[in-house]
Write a protein that binds this ligand. Structure first.
Ligand code: SF4
Length: 454
């Protein structure tokens, strides 16, 4: 007689916040899937809804509270996790009926809460899990989290109080996860953490044997440069995010020049004026950074540098802001995101004097965006006529003439935060995740336009 398989309970997930929170959501879902749960794409079909919150900025907290409210109204059986879970009192005061509130990275607590809210049937038929776990990102790119927490104390940031000091993962565990992801179809690895350059400091850069098919038992040190080199052997694009310009960053540039890892550095500079950086208490705040950027480009001319900047930080004078604009003119960063300073509850910067009026922040923000859009447009224009490798993110439907377009990215574009390469005449043979050469035909301030070449 056939074994009756009880239908598994269904879990809904709302994931807010940064890529790091997305990785947490993937881990939680992977665990739940292996415990016999199904996923529900909507509120109505879910036995319980998980809301993975972001609590970094006050605006993000409000968004998290709204998401919890929506899940309560639509379903009513809600478990809250993520950064805002550390403020259980605020959540419970507004939504006393939530089933459980757990903080960031408390995977076991979340999973236990789900088990209590909707017990799962176990058995051989429900215990299967995809080799690389369940992913919320498209299959062809994956975030790879290498550490959690941060040893710095930037005055505007509450991440260390939410997530604690730096805790690095073992290099062998990271590399095994990367190998699995690549075996499951990942063509691009996005290395993330709060401070990628500091990777391994807490575990004294200990070496571990890398036992995968590529590593073959070789020792790999828990250090950003060694890890980058090892990841580079997996034959996929490897992109480094949240890198601070410590001296050893110089050593990854030759790996980029040799095509071993993607020539792309995401360095959150946040400002350039020494006065402001000092008040921000930023790490790796050194005057010679412009010289280093220049020497990196001498070694690897195709290096793309992305960064973010905050305008209107307390005490920022017009002179400081002008310093930033002049610095950007020199640095010629490829991709820049801007923020207007916003006080975050619990951040040391809130006690600083010299608050910048909102209209001044807005005006500086507009000037920053104008400046960086001009630099970006010129840099992209210089790529017209070149043939560049691109990764396909999406293939469109045929238009009235039967032409198919595709949305792709070059090595200069991280998914979701940078630009795109829009391809015409993509043909029917291309698939999402393919890496092909494209002739760049046109450019605007943020995106490129081209055609695949065989
Ligand atoms: S480096 Fe600064 S901004 Fe980044 S997580 Fe650490 S304390 Fe926060």
């Amino acid at each position: 007689m056939a074994t009756a398989i009880p239908s598994p309970p269904k879990v809904g997930m709302v994931s807010l916040g940064c890529p790091k929170a997305l990785v947490d959501s993937e881990r939680i879902l992977t665990q739940l899937r292996s415990d016999g749960y199904d996923l529900s794409p909507d509120y109505a079909g879910a036995d319980v809804v998980l809301v993975n919150t972001c609590g970094f900025l006050d605006s993000a907290k409000e968004e998290s509270l709204e998401a919890i409210g929506e899940a309560m109204a639509e379903n009513g059986r809600v478990i809250v996790t993520g950064c805002m879970g550390n403020e259980a009192d605020t959540i419970r005061a507004r939504f006393p009926e939530v089933l459980a509130v757990t903080g960031a990275h408390q995977y076991e607590d979340v999973v236990t809460a789900v088990h209590a809210a909707a017990p799962a049937a176990r058995g051989a038929f429900v215990d299967l899990v995809p080799e690389a776990g369940l992913k919320l990102t498209p299959r062809h790119y994956s975030y790879l989290k290498i550490s959690e927490g941060c040893n710095h104390r930037c005055s505007f940031c509450i991440i260390p109080s939410l997530r604690g000091d730096l805790v690095s993962r073992r290099p062998d565990a990271i590399l095994r996860e990367a190998e699995k992801l690549v075996a499951a179809g990942t063509r691009e690895l996005l290395v993330i953490s709060q401070d990628t350059s500091a990777y391994g400091v807490d575990i004294r850069h200990q070496s571990r044997p890398w036992n995968g098919p590529v590593g073959q038992g070789r020792e790999v040190r828990a250090h950003m440069t060694d890890l980058a080199e090892a990841l580079g052997e997996l034959g996929v694009w490897t992109r480094l995010h949240y890198v601070y310009p410590y001296p050893h960053v110089d050593k990854v540039i030759p790996l980029m020049a040799d095509g071993k890892i993607t020539p792309y550095l995401d360095i959150p500079f946040q400002h350039a004026a020494p006065n402001v950086l000092k008040r921000m208490k930023r790490p790796a705040n050194e005057a010679k950074v412009l010289q280093r950027v220049k020497s990196w480009r001498d070694i690897c001319p195709d290096l793309t540098i992305r960064s973010t900047f905050v305008v209107g930080f307390p005490g920022e004078t017009e002179e400081d802001f002008q310093y930033l604009l002049d610095w950007l003119e020199e640095a010629q960063l490829d991709r820049v995101g801007g923020f207007r300073f916003e006080p975050v509850e619990g951040a040391a910067a809130n006690d600083l004097d010299g608050a910048v009026p909102e209209e001044v922040k807005e005006e500086r923000y507009q000037r920053l965006m104008e400046k960086t859009a001009g630099i970006s447009a010129a840099k992209l224009q210089a790529k017209v006529g070149r043939t560049l490798p691109v990764i396909i993110d999406d293939i469109g439907e045929p238009d009235e003439d039967g032409d198919i377009g595709a949305t792709a990215r070059s090595q200069a574009d991280a998914p979701e935060i940078d630009g795109n390469v829009f391809l015409r005449d993509a043909g029917e043979t291309l698939a999402v995740g393919d890496i092909v050469d494209a002739l760049i035909e046109d450019a605007d301030a943020h995106d490129l336009y081209g055609v695949p070449v065989s």
